[in-house]
Design a protein around this ligand. Sequence first.
Ligand code: PEP
Ligand code: MN
Length: 338
Amino acid sequence: MIIVMGREVTDTEIGAVVKKLEAAGLQANISRGIERTVIGAIGDESKLDPDMFTPLPGVESAMHIAKQYKIVSRESHRESTVIDIAGVPLGGSQIQIIAGPCSVETQEQMDLSAQFVREAGCRLMRGGAFKPRTSPYTFQGKGVEGLDIFRKAADKFKLPIVTELMDARQLDSFLEYDVDVIQIGTRNMQNFDLLKEVGRINKPVILKRGMSATISEWLMAAEYIAAGGNHNIIFCERGIRTFETYYRNVLDVTAIPVLKKETHLPVIVDPSHAGGKAWMVPALSQAAIAAGADGLLVEMHPSPCDAWCDADQALSPPELKKLMGTLGAIASAIGRTL
Ligand code: PEP
Ligand code: MN
């Protein structure tokens, strides 16, 4: 059972719901989001009836949710959620392409990247300052200095920034540099303590799919963030591990309509880490938008062959511009805008 309360709910109104749950022998998980507060019943809820809660002040609705994931489920919230990223809407009819290099390298590289991202018509920028690398002997990212470089470059072109958080100890720096969207990478999708930490703040979070995670594990990981009160979650399909070795990962296009059915939250696709080669990125991007993705996370580097990380899969600036043209045509064919 979840009890949904409105934006203006008071502590007293929440308290009355909690008291009623406790009187029935259950406990409450209070998830205070910006748009709504959702109280989840913990325990044997078979004896609960929604009618016990709907007359209480501040309660908008109460319902049994059969699924394990509740706040993120479309059952609990029919309309698609549009997340406001520093004024840029994600999840509505306008598709957002988040582009930029795999990693932050230098101020010059980031300034140029931001310029090309803007010139291509994208409204959001990506770039990793903390990099989860397979080998400890490869470039690990510029760290906090990278956040500083990224923020300066993106501010010159008024682009909100997306960057990966690997460790809760870096969260204060992310808040200090006012990172607009926190990315949780594939390797941390089930790092539950990290998910709980980003659940405590109200910054939008991109939750990438674990490379071997099922859809329900992915949804449950998002529920960890939501349960803490952060309802600004964006799912990102980035390819999964299969028996195929020709490409880096298999882009699971099927996951897009499935996620759109199961959750009210936005769903985006990373075609770069799926294919692993720049030449595959346009085809995968087109498939993703045609299948209903709300946006893309694409790697682009001012000079791909000089990239310090993931050079093979970075689009060049003209390739990104060309892709934006094609995606615009697909967007209008499916009644959306780019
Ligand atoms: C990235 O976006 O730079 C990245 C490391 O992605 P993933 O977690 O999907 O591998
Ligand atoms: Mn990368």
